[in-house]
Design a protein around this ligand. Structure first.
Ligand code: FNR
Ligand code: 8K6
Length: 348
């Protein structure tokens, strides 16, 4: 009998996907891709070592060049990148694991330093600050997307999803969280549009739903997950009116039978007045499908949350960087190594 029994129950996500346990490795940007933003053998080894998680969600992976906002983040839009990811999915599958690719476009958090192009966003509002790890680069004012650009982006998400399946992934997670492109449409702070993509909950949800529907059409709802941040906490300011946008969006997502919905947050003990408490509680009330909880979870709080029905799967981020053998340690009730930011310097 293992410690924290509820973490080790299998989870039937849908007819084509059963996870061996309820521990999810959260997506973790590591900025370690090789030239051409191609995943390396070291990355394949790193993910392979963590294949005993019920599901791994890859680090955020850019869908096209102007989606890049950090150095050496991998892509999924060239043949070489697809080949590089094949090494990763092979390594995980060889150990019996499952892995989804996280599809990423950072919107206004991109920088022309990476792609040579002006960043794009719902509205021409710059983020105040400098690019992490490249402190001499201040964020630029993005170009507001024209409707034809939006149609192109939706297609680029769908193509990236198809590329991920070609690379051997079991599915994709659309990164709609943490203040990046899709999230920029969903919040009043960053969406000042006065066309079909702004002003109202229905319009502000339109881009997110178009991306979801295009990806679902290409790879199947059972292979599509989505990450959302209803309470803005990073890269933008929260606005009480955002609540109506997420109420609307979640009602529409309930009609779509996605593989899962994943909260995007660093610390789920934060509460938001306009959401009526924690972001995970808000999602649980409004979303009827499989929910992944995250944000400062310990083995104790994760197994308790599962047992109490607060979420169906528990995503673990920083502790997985510090403990490649996180799953085994928890199962055998061995102590965990504490995470420290210095551990980001190396892929272990
Ligand atoms: C993250 N997080 C993150 N989230 C995401 O959706 N895509 C990503 O690529 C990343 N990258 C990333 C890198 C690093 C170094 C950290 C620490 C975090 C957020 C992550 O998935 C998770 O939500 C938080 O880390 C909270 O979970 P823990 O770490 O408290 O278990
Ligand atoms: C010097 C260490 C800085 C660590 C960052 C590494 C890679 C960037 C992570 C990007 C995605 C995370 C989501 C953004 C939230 C930041 C809040 C701390």
């Amino acid at each position: 009998m293992s410690a924290h029994q509820s973490l080790f129950e299998p989870c039937v996500l849908n007819a084509s996907l059963t996870l061996a346990n309820r521990i999810v490795m959260a997506p973790l940007t590591r900025c370690m891709a090789g030239p051409g933003l191609v995943p390396t053998q070291a990355m394949a080894d790193y993910y392979g070592r963590r294949a005993d998680a019920g599901l791994i969600i890859s680090e955020a992976t850019i869908i096209r060049p102007d989606g890049q906002g950090y150095p050496d983040t991998p892509g999924i839009y060239t043949q070489a990148q697809i080949e590089g990811w094949k090494r990763v999915t092979d390594a995980v599958h060889a150990e019996g694991g499952k892995i989804f690719l996280q599809l990423w476009h950072v919107g206004r958090l991109a920088h022309s330093h990476f792609s040579g192009e002006q960043p794009v966003a719902p509205s021409a509002i710059a983020f105040e600050g400098t690019v992490p790890r490249m402190r001499d680069l201040s964020y630029e004012t993005p170009r507001a997307l024209a409707q034809e650009d939006i149609a192109r982006l939706v297609e680029d998400y769908a193509q990236a999803a198809e590329n991920a399946i070609t690379a051997g992934f079991d599915g994709v997670e659309i990164h709609g969280a943490n203040g990046y492109l899709i999230d920029q449409f969903l919040h009043f702070d960053t969406n000042h549009r006065d066309d079909d993509y702004g002003r109202t909950p229905e319009n502000m949800s339109r881009f997110a739903l178009q991306v979801v529907d295009a990806v679902v059409t290409r790879v199947g709802a059972e292979r599509t997950g989505l990450r959302l941040t209803p309470g803005a906490y990073t890269h933008m300011a929260a606005d009480a009116r955002d609540r109506e946008v997420f109420d609307y969006l979640l009602a529409r997502l309930n009609e779509r039978e996605l593989a899962y919905l994943h909260l995007g947050i660093f610390d789920d003990s934060l509460t938001f007045d306009f959401l009526g408490g924690r972001a995970s509680e808000y999602l649980r009330r409004h979303y009827s499908g499989t929910l992944i909880g995250v944000g400062g979870l310990t083995p104790e709080s994760a197994s308790e949350g599962l047992a109490q029905g607060k979420f169906d799967l528990a995503a673990i981020g920083r502790p997985f960087i510090a403990n490649p053998d996180y799953v085994r340690r928890v199962q055998q009730a061995e102590p965990l190594v504490d995470y420290h930011q210095d551990m980001l310097a190396e892929l272990v």
